[in-house]
Design a protein around this ligand. Structure first.
Ligand code: FAD
Length: 466
């Protein structure tokens, strides 16, 4: 295996990464793959919070991990998702199913998988560590000096770098350094929790549900103002996410203690879902706000860029929540794999913003739209339900779009149309497209050499696979 610290023909720069969750750890991996030094500073003492919920990883994440050689390793912590079943929350009526068809998955070149959030963070941590990233926990950053290119830790220690990446989420210290018109209109509360498999199996009412779901089914319950999602996990637990009206304080992922509120919401739910709620451990509560996208992700005063939720918060519990943070990091690292001179740094940071901003904003709107679709009030929901019921009876895929009905009206939904686009995106390809369409031209106009090999390091297939 080629040494991850070899740098090829260009300079190796030092990237300081604030935050060590999906965005921060993936940034470290992507920069190490590009031959740069990566330092992660995570405020939390531990690699992953001890108690978290489930995360769904769509093909736009898994294809990159597979390409990097980590498919077998991901399967150790993830279950393959085959389909999603839609039910009505109140009655439990099954409207139908959407199967992730072979063609969609083949085109996307990845799979849809379920994982436990903590397991995924450990997975990313271990890869970043093996690639030689310096990962520091209990290392809260209290100041980011954009012009001075340094971060200061709570202990007073100052670390200097060449670029700084703010991967510290929506509530961190990096996002407020950008001009933002924060618009904190709360949209929904999200309750995220897990239930031990053995408890679900021990009750005949839910045992059957679990057996079916173990085959890779994601369950969705749509209701008037309350909705839920469930999926099995590799570690013998079942993930449960409940959406309800926004109540209480606006919080990030650090607050637990919403069980009573969640159970009140589930009072109107079918018996199986009520049981799941009762058996669940105390959920995390996150309030999803409507948010006004930042104009810039790259700071005017110096080399600070934002990734993940620091750049664009994506609704908690949604399909693309982790994927967007992951993609940001992958694209940024890939762009920097072409670095040959330090004077390219500002151009590359600007390129990153160009490559990613529109996609993230689109994902934000789509995920909010999908949540609203699940929570439709009864007076509008009947149209949605009857179309789904009809498709379900006919054995058709529920999210199929642009299929004319007898009266000529399409029976698809705008909200779902972006799904194929989302799955087929490849963050590395998007970064390469920028280089071929603009980067090379800019370099040529400056008289730079453009045809040398990129700094991409060839990482051998992960050893567990070999
Ligand atoms: C504690 C926690 C639990 C979560 N559990 C789940 C879950 O069960 N299911 C799910 O789908 N998603 C979960 N998420 C959310 C998910 O990780 C993110 O929403 C998404 O993947 C985007 O990741 P991100 O790295 O951009 O931001 P975040 O996940 O928000 O990560 C930001 C990181 O920055 C750190 N940080 C913040 N400020 C500082 C600072 N000043 N100095 C150093 N570090 C700082 C935080 O501790 C955090 O680890 C959780 C997030 C957190 C923080």
């Amino acid at each position: 295996m080629e040494s991850p610290s070899s740098t090829g023909p260009g300079p190796s720069i030092r990237v300081l990464i604030v935050g060590g969750n999906v965005g921060g750890l993936t940034t470290a991996i992507a920069f190490r793959r590009a031959g740069h030094e990566a330092f992660v500073f995570e405020a939390r003492d531990e690699i992953a919070p001890e108690i978290t919920g489930g995360t769904r990883l769509p093909p736009n994440i898994t294809k990159v991990l597979y390409h990097w050689g980590y498919e077998a390793r991901l399967r150790e912590v993830a279950l393959l998702s085959t389909a999603i079943d839609i039910r009505l929350l109140g009655t439990g009526e099954r409207l139908g199913r959407h199967v992730w068809e072979d063609e969609l998955i083949r085109d996307a070149r990845g799979n849809f998988v379920f994982t436990h959030h903590g397991d995924f963070i450990h997975f990313l941590h271990d890869i970043a560590n093996e690639l030689g990233a310096k990962l520091r926990y209990g290392a809260r950053v209290v100041e980011v000096d954009v012009e001075g290119k340094s971060v200061t830790l709570e202990t007073g220690e100052v670390i200097k770098g060449d670029i700084i990446v703010g991967a510290d989420g929506a509530d961190g210290i990096s996002r407020p350094l950008f001009d933002s018109e924060e618009d904190d209109e709360p949209l929904v509360n999200v309750y995220s929790t897990t239930i031990p498999e053995e408890v679900i199996r021990s009750d005949p009412v839910t045992a059957e549900l679990y057996d079916t779901h173990q085959k890779g089914l994601n369950a969705a319950w749509f209701g008037d103002g309350v909705a839920a999602l469930g999926w099995p996990l590799k570690r013998s637990e079942y993930a449960l996410v409940v959406y309800g009206p926004p109540v209480g304080d606006t919080t990030g992922w650090t607050r637990q203690g919403g069980k009573e509120q969640m159970l009140q919401l589930l009072e109107q739910a079918e018996p199986r879902l009520r049981k799941l709620g009762e058996w669940a451990r105390d959920p995390h509560i996150v309030t999803v706000n409507r948010c006004t996208p930042l104009d810039d992700w790259y700071h005017v005063d110096g080399p600070l860029a934002l990734v993940g939720h620091a750049a664009q918060p994506i609704a908690a519990g949604s399909v693309q929540e982790a994927a967007i943070a992951f993609e940001d990091a992958v694209a940024l690292g890939r762009i920097f794999s072409r670095l040959k001179r330090r004077d390219q740094i500002p151009i590359f940071l600007e390129a990153y913003e160009d490559v990613r901003r529109e996609r993230d904003i689109k994902a934000y709107h789509k995920e909010v739209g999908d949540i609203e679709f699940q929570l439709l009030p009864d007076e509008y929901a009947e149209v949605r339900n009857s179309i789904m019921r009809e498709k379900g009876k006919g054995g058709r895929n529920l999210f199929e779009v642009n299929v004319p009905t007898d009266n000529g009206v399409s029976d698809g939904w705008e909200e779902w149309k972006g799904m194929v686009d989302q799955f087929s995106y490849n963050a590395e390809d998007a970064a390469d497209d920028w280089w071929h369409s603009q980067g090379k031209v800019m370099e040529a106009s400056k008289g730079g050499a453009v045809d040398g090999p990129i700094l991409q390091i060839v990482i051998a297939q992960n050893t567990k696979e070999n």
